[in-house]
Design a protein around this ligand. Structure first.
Ligand SMILES: *Cc1c(COP(=O)(O)O)cnc(C)c1O
Length: 401
């Protein structure tokens, strides 16, 4: 073990190994302490929408840090007001929308749970529906929304009232009764392995929540802020939710999350029912304004769609590849056998950062700014990693999800 690994295993909370000691990033590349260069197609888990050290990001941090960094929510700031108005516009809330700015995805989802309680409690409705395979975060409330046993079991008892619905239209039909206050759902399940919902699932969820006077809350922490080639993934479905949570790529690496409400759901919180010391501070808000403004001004969402298509076409036909899922630059690459961990490691050895959310899925979530050169470099390195693993594992599995 090199020194940094000794330091990490002694001093950092023991929650899993670290893959490298990264010291610098520029565009879609990062470098480790030995000077090894990597192509970063994970982007800090779908966060670094503008890549590393983008001049727009750097300038926004420097300018706002030298102007006003933090004031608490006892005060408003121009940057915060601008960001709230911008998020309402991008989400299409119209006049009757509101925004609360938090610091992370899990925090935005905590607030979504509180929104469900404020809506349901006056009528004694406390059930929150979540979908099989969902991931909503690691704090106790968001963790309670996350069915995965390995994440949850050590921390039981969970927040009560949460019920898991199988990922099918039949299950969705059966799930509603007059105890349901809200349904919380990811339009594409990122952590589950970039899993798409069945056709019509979100539309039916909208109809059923409306019919039962329950809220439909979308967790767009991973899919929002342009990741799928739309500002929000729900915008491809034609539905209007009651609330959306975002985080990950909204600040391009600066920690920030948000809950955005639509219509009547915008009037549920009232003074005293929520707050955050850091949430929506001028520095985070100014960075998000600069990042989102740059994405708009340079039409990067078109690039997200075009590069996503190019990447999906490019990986089709490579060894071990059985198909792709996802939208824009949130792509799950299905393997024909459960060797995703080996492929990830082989890619790392060749200077490519990707990840393996499940046994047979590779996830990529590169910067919105990638061009032909990055796509070509990815395809070369990824093909080499797949070939190396295909050499050593000859047996395809019978089935794959
Ligand atoms: C990452 C993620 C979260 C949690 O966000 P954090 O910022 O890590 O707390 C919640 N929901 C979804 C869909 C995510 O992908």
């Amino acid at each position: 073990m090199t020194d940094w690994q000794d330091d990490a295993s002694r001093d950092l909370m023991s929650l899993g190994g670290r893959l490298a000691l990264l010291t610098r990033g520029e565009g879609s590349h990062v470098w480790d302490a030995d000077g090894t260069r990597y192509l970063d197609f994970l982007g800090g888990i779908a966060v670094n929408s503008l890549g590393h050290a983008h001049p727009v990001f750097v300038e926004a941090v420097a300018t706002q840090a030298a102007t006003l960094t933090h004031v608490s929510n006892y005060f408003a700031s121009p940057a915060q007001l601008e960001l709230a108005a911008r998020l309402k516009r991008l989400a299409g809330t119209g006049e009757r929308g509101r925004v609360f700015l938090a610091n992370s995805g899990t925090e935005a989802n905590e607030m979504a749970i509180k929104l469900a309680r404020l809506h349901g409690n006056p009528r004694g409705r406390t059930t929150i529906l979540v979908v099989e395979g969902a991931f909503h975060g690691r704090t106790m409330g968001a963790l309670s929304l996350t069915p995965k046993a390995a994440y949850r079991d050590p921390f039981e008892p969970a927040v009560p009232g949460i019920r898991t619905v199988a990922r099918s239209l039949d299950a969705l039909e059966q799930a509603f009764d007059d105890t349901v206050a809200a349904m919380i759902v990811e339009p594409i399940q990122g952590e589950a392995g970039v899993v798409e919902l069945p056709d019509g699932f979100l539309q039916r969820a909208r109809e059923l929540t409306s019919a039962h006077d329950a809220l439909l809350i979308l967790d767009e922490v991973q899919t929002g802020s342009g990741r799928t080639g739309e500002w929000f993934a729900f915008q491809r479905t034609g539905i209007v939710p009651d609330a959306v949570t975002v985080a990950k790529s909204i600040g391009a690496g600066f920690p920030l999350g948000a809950l955005i409400t639509f219509g009547d759901a915008s009037d549920l919180f009232y003074p005293g029912t929520h707050n955050s010391t850091f949430g929506g501070n001028p520095l985070a808000s100014a960075v998000a304004n600069a990042v989102l403004g740059h994405i708009e001004d340079t039409d990067l969402l078109q690039n997200v769609q075009d590069r996503g298509r190019q990447l999906r076409d490019g990986v089709a036909g490579l060894p071990l590849v059985a198909g792709t899922r996802g939208a824009g630059l949130l792509i799950g690459i299905l393997l024909d056998r459960p060797v995703a961990a080996e492929v990830r490691a082989a890619a790392h050895q060749r200077g490519l950062i990707i990840n393996a959310p499940t046994d047979d899925v590779i996830r990529i979530a590169p910067a919105y700014t990638i061009g032909d050169a990055e796509v070509a470099e990815f395809l070369t390195l990824f093909a080499a990693a797949l070939e190396a693993v295909a050499e050593t594992t000859k047996t395809p599995t019978e089935t794959h999800a």
